[in-house]
Design a binder for this molecule. Sequence first.
Ligand code: UD1
Length: 422
Amino acid sequence: MEKLVIEGGTPLSGTVAVNGAKNAAVAILPATVLINGKCRIDNLPNISDIKLCCEILKDLGAEINFISDEEIEIDCTNINKTEVPFEITRKFRASYYFIGSLLSRFKQAKVGSPGGCNFGSRPIDQHIKGFELLGATVESEGGVITADTEGLIGNRVYFDIVSVGATINVMLAATLAEGTTVIENAAKEPHVVDLANFLNTMGADIRGAGTDIIKITGVPELTGGSTYSIVPDQIEAGTYMIAAAASRGNVTITNCITKHLDSISAKLIEMGISVVENDDGDEITVSCTERPTKASIKTMPYPGFPTDMQPQAGVLFSISDGTSYITEGVFDSRFQYTDELNKLGANIKVNGKTAVFEGVPSLTGCPVTACDLRAGAALIIAGIAAQGTTEVYGIEYVDRGYQHIEEKFNKLGAKIKRVIVD
Ligand code: UD1
């Protein structure tokens, strides 16, 4: 086990480049199962969820070659299995994308229930509804989801709620189905669009991704043969933006798509923080000299304020001037991190789906434990902003989604050491 030891109180300054998006990569790797041939994927983040996706692909019979740290060649021609065991699927959420891709190409899938961060109940009823509407029989028993079909046939799939996972999974299933599938009330996140772009590059016919209606015309096979570069990570960029503001620093974030950051930029500007985008829309500079003022957010599907930025925003609200509010609009339970921030001297009260942040002038370091990926990122930001020493435990969660996080922060002037804990 490892922990990060952070000497806080230094404003961050300099430039940091964003890696490829975790949530796009963990959809695109399972999507390679659909390709009867080779493909190359570039701008791949070097994070533990990607290692798990590769383990699953290898176990299924795919050949994988790393061309560099960030570029991979995958050949799924000879996949000879359609089962993914629970020992590995329980370790991350996106493992359920193998249901959609295996079902689409091989007409069957047996995949252990997905794991991932604990934000309360995370049902997959909309995924299952979508598979069934395309003609699959799906059973969920004893922690295993089994899906079979004699051949998927396109259909209209209307989702009762906006779900990233269900949109992606049904898109995967529909790619090789016969006829046309229309997904209505689809999620519009950048990673949904990125998956559609990847599949189209490999020979699929998907239109409308990024709107709430996606039309997928099934094709007999994907032959691959191309290289695809993964979209920059919106949440990683947003995390560095908030870290810059919380530390009263001045940081330029490069290799990002500023359009994807609009909801975060707007909130920071509302709080009196300077946010400047370059003309090309791929760099953003955040600087903060005064104590930010209070604000409120309600998390929503894209283009609303992302739930995956909620804990990081919570750190900023904790040290802003006045009373701020966060309403969690996506998950049942995503405020566990507030207990840890309160240990650092924040004053946060949670009432159901709303948290009230009475801003304090500063935080003071102490040992804290991450309960999930973004909570871990938030505690690191809190440690950087706090006076004194903060120890962050539960770093394995952070390694699931952030590449070299302490190295990147240290280049910006933070003082963070990774230490092995007995
Ligand atoms: C994905 C992201 C996660 C992000 C979330 C919301 C990945 C791998 N993970 O998670 O980082 O926090 O989107 O942006 O991309 N729901 C149902 N039934 C379903 C599916 C979802 O009720 O069948 C509910 C969920 O419980 C939740 C809401 O819908 O309340 C949104 O969930 P969803 O968008 O599906 O999130 P994930 O795909 O799990």
